[in-house]
Design a binder for this molecule. Structure first.
Ligand SMILES: *Cc1c(COP(=O)(O)O)cnc(C)c1O
Length: 356
């Protein structure tokens, strides 16, 4: 046990994570920007390509976080940056769940990484399916939670169904569950309710963690940058167990640049939403498409008479969509990411030639 007063967020994390001593990097011990740096065994000249990557990056990415903080209306200390959202997903599970003892809850069909990260850690996953119209079965979720449940994962807008989940249901879980509630908002920029991000609720719910990513609306999937927003106490625990220099210099520099182009991001989002509606209308005309689910994201989940046959046919045409027909509640469904007008036209042209 630690002798000093427990911070409020300590209740979410395992004893050994709270008591471990993190790696102290050279830049932890001296954070100033100027001086003669002989502390980190770096190459003093430059990188071999002359580009000047010889110094370690800022382990806490403060310049980037100040900019994100202004954009999102949170303090830099409430932001964690990871190598994609995958990193905070993995770290949250490792920090909150004791292997072979604790569990976490997901609501299939949902994003696959939650369960994969839990399986790697030998942590049980409780599954409470969404309703057939892909909403939270709130009573079933609250009934399934037990004293060993440490995290509830909420993906909104949900992947692969594409829809926003009921705000009321999420609030009910936040208010009735004492563990962490992680709301994954990877697709929030595409939702009409984008200004209603749960980031604005951080002050009201100390157990809330919100995930967002630069991989979708911002178009930076290749950089690998995910964000977690939470209390500074929760972010502090993630910082303690991450790899010290988890975001490299190139990525930090590229992000600082890209953040200047928020209007371009918004423009692309508007274009994708416009194309999504076109694509929906075109798909709806096909006789072998029986249903298209409502979407608040950049994907459409559509039900086909014979999803596997359509999928195989499209692969033959070098058009790749995601076959979700084996996934719970998604029988017969293919998931289509909204592409450019030209890409969507190629898809529709091919489908018009499909012989069921
Ligand atoms: C795409 C996606 C992410 C983003 O993952 P990154 O690792 O940041 O690229 C997170 N959550 C969901 C539900 C997604 O679909």
């Amino acid at each position: 046990m630690r002798e000093n007063k427990q911070s409020q967020s300590d209740i979410y994390f395992t004893e050994h994570i709270l008591s471990l001593t993190p790696y102290a990097s050279a830049r932890d011990e001296y954070a100033g920007a100027e001086g003669v740096f002989l502390d980190a065994n770096e190459n003093p000249y430059s990188s071999a390509d002359g580009q000047g990557y010889n110094r370690y990056p800022d382990p806490y990415q403060w310049a980037v976080k100040r900019k994100i903080g202004l954009m999102k209306g949170v303090q830099p200390a409430q932001i964690f940056l990871g190598n994609g959202s995958d990193e905070p997903i993995d770290l949250l599970i490792r920090a909150a769940c004791e292997p072979r003892q604790d569990n976490m809850l997901i609501m299939p069909p949902t994003y696959g990484m939650y369960q994969v990260c839990a399986d790697v850690q030998n942590i049980e996953t409780l599954k409470v399916p969404l309703t057939p119209d892909f909403q939270i079965d709130t009573n079933a979720v609250l009934a399934a939670i037990n004293p060993f449940t440490k995290i509830v994962w909420v993906c909104s807008p949900n992947n692969p169904s594409g829809n926003l989940l009921s705000r009321r249901s999420i609030i009910q879980i936040l208010e009735n569950f004492r563990g962490l509630v992680v709301v994954d908002e990877a697709y929030i920029d595409f939702a009409a309710a984008a200004p209603d991000s749960f980031v604005a609720e951080l002050e009201n719910y100390p157990n809330l963690v919100v995930l967002q990513t630069f991989s979708k609306a911002w178009g930076l999937a290749g950089l690998r940058l995910g964000m977690a927003f939470a209390s500074s106490g929760i972010v502090g625990v993630l910082n303690k167990i991450k790899y010290p220099y988890n975001i490299n210099i190139l990525t930090q520099q590229a992000l600082l640049q890209t953040l200047n182009f928020e209007e371009r991001k918004n423009e692309m989002v508007r274009q994708i939403l416009y194309e999504r509606e076109n694509l929906r209308q075109q798909l709806a005309l096909l006789p072998f498409v029986s249903y298209i689910y409502p979407s608040d994201s950049n994907m459409l989940l559509a039900k086909f008479d014979d999803a596997q046959a359509v999928f195989d046919y499209l692969v033959g045409q070098k058009i790749i969509v995601r076959n979700r027909s084996k996934v719970q509640l998604c029988a017969g469904c293919l998931r289509v990411s909204v592409g450019t007008a030209q890409e969507n036209n190629s898809l529709i042209d091919s489908l018009l030639k499909f012989k069921p």
